[in-house]
Write a protein that binds this ligand. Sequence first.
Ligand code: SF4
Ligand code: SF4
Length: 445
Amino acid sequence: MMTTHIDSKPGLTDGESALSSSEYIEKLRRIFDKYTSTKFFAMINACVNCGACAKACHYYCSEEKPEHIPANRIKILSKILSDYFHPIKSKIGLGKSQNPMDNPDFDALYKAAFEKCTICGNCALACPMGINTGDIMYMARALLFGLGRLPSGLIDPVNTTLETGNYLGLDKEDFIDTIEWLAEEMEEDMGEGFTLPIDKMDTEVLYIPHPLTLRDLPFLLMDELKILSAAKENWTLSTHGFDVANYAFYQGSKENAAQVAGNPLAARKIINAKSLALAPCGHGYRVLKHEMEKILGERFDFPIYTFVELIDQYILDGRLVLEKDLFEGPVTYHDPCNIGRRGGVIEPPRRVIRALTTNFVEMTPTGVHNYCCGGGGGLASTGSLGHIRHRMGKIKADQIRATGAKTVVTGCFNCKNQIRDIAKNYDLDYEVKSIVEVVANAIKL
Ligand code: SF4
Ligand code: SF4
C-alpha cells in the first residue's frame, strides 16, 4: 500500500476519496481486530498508576512533564478504544459516531505515537505489570496509518522502497558501479586484483548494506567490506537486495514492512546464501530478525546477524587481529535499542570494544536498560521533528558526560547521527564512531 503526506494534519491515503464517518470507523475496527490480542488487552487494562515507567523513558528523563510519562500515552489510546470500540457500548449503539478525522483525540494520539515515543521498550522493563507502552504505541501507529496520518519522513522513503527496492531509489547499475569503484579503491590495501563479490551463489553470508553508505558514505561501506574480506569470509553482496532499512515498520504498517523486508529475504533465497548479515542499522535488524517471522507466520531456517555479531566471532576465532588503543579514550558504547534491549545483542559489541581499547567505560544505566538516544522510532527521518529529538537527547548527553568519554561507539546509523547532534547541542567534546570504523581501522592485515 502506497501512502502520501501528512504531518500533524489529517489526510488521505493515496487514491482514496474521503470516507464517511462509519467507513472510517469500520476501517479502524479492522485494524484494531488485526493488531490486538489478549496480551494487548491485559497490558492496556493493567496499569496501577505507580509511575515507575517515568524514569525509564528518555522523554521524561529529559523533560519532566506529565505528558512524557508512558502510562499517560496509553490513556489517550485507551480513551479512543473505549469511545469507539467498547464491547458493550458499541453493541447497543452508544459507541462514538464522530468522524475520527474530526476528533481531536486522534491529534493527541498522533503526537503520542509518532512524536513522543520512539517505541524503544525501556518502560516495559520498569513496569511491575509488564506493560510495554512502545508496543501499545505501535498499535496506535497502525490505527493512524489506517487514517492516512503519518510523519512526512515515513512516507517518501517507504514509497521509494516499494517502487525501487531501496529507500534512496538507487538502481542496480548504480550499485554495481559503486561496488566496482570501491574494489579499485581498496586494491592498494587488500592486494592487486582485489574484487568484491556480487551475486555469488551458495555463500555462507549475504551482506545487506545500508543504501546511504552506497550513495553518501562509501568509505564507511569500504570499512564494512574490508572486515568481511580480511576475515576471509565466504560472502557476497547482491543486486537483488541492498537495503537493510525498513521505515515501513515505523509507519505501523506490517504489510508494507513485510514487502520491504521481502527484498533482502528474496535475495538470500535467489543466491542460496546460508545466512544474512546486516549493516549496522537498529530497526532494520529488529524487523528482519525479530518481527518478520511473526508477521509472516513462519520460522526462518537460516540465521540473521547484525554485523557486530559476526565481527565478534571473527575476533574470537582469530580471523581478525586488531591493534589496540588507536583512538582516544575513555571509550563508551551506546546500545541501540533495537540491537540491545530489543535484539538481545549486549555482549558482542563489548567484547569487540575491549579488543580495541584498554579504556572502556560503561554508561549508567547500560545494556538492556540503556536509554534511547532520542532519534529512534523513525524520528530521525523527519526533519521537522529535529527539535524534539534534540531536546529528548538530554538524558543521553548526561549519560555520556558522566563517562568522560572522548569516543562514543555505536552500531546503528540513526543512533550515530543523533549522538553526533547531541555533542553539538549539549556542548560535549567527543567523537562518535560506528563500530565498523573502529574495527576496520585497527585490522592488522
Ligand atoms: S510502570 Fe506500568 S503500572 Fe506503573 S504507571 Fe507505568 S504503565 Fe502503569
Ligand atoms: S517505549 Fe520508550 S519512548 Fe515509548 S514510552 Fe516507553 S520508554 Fe518512552
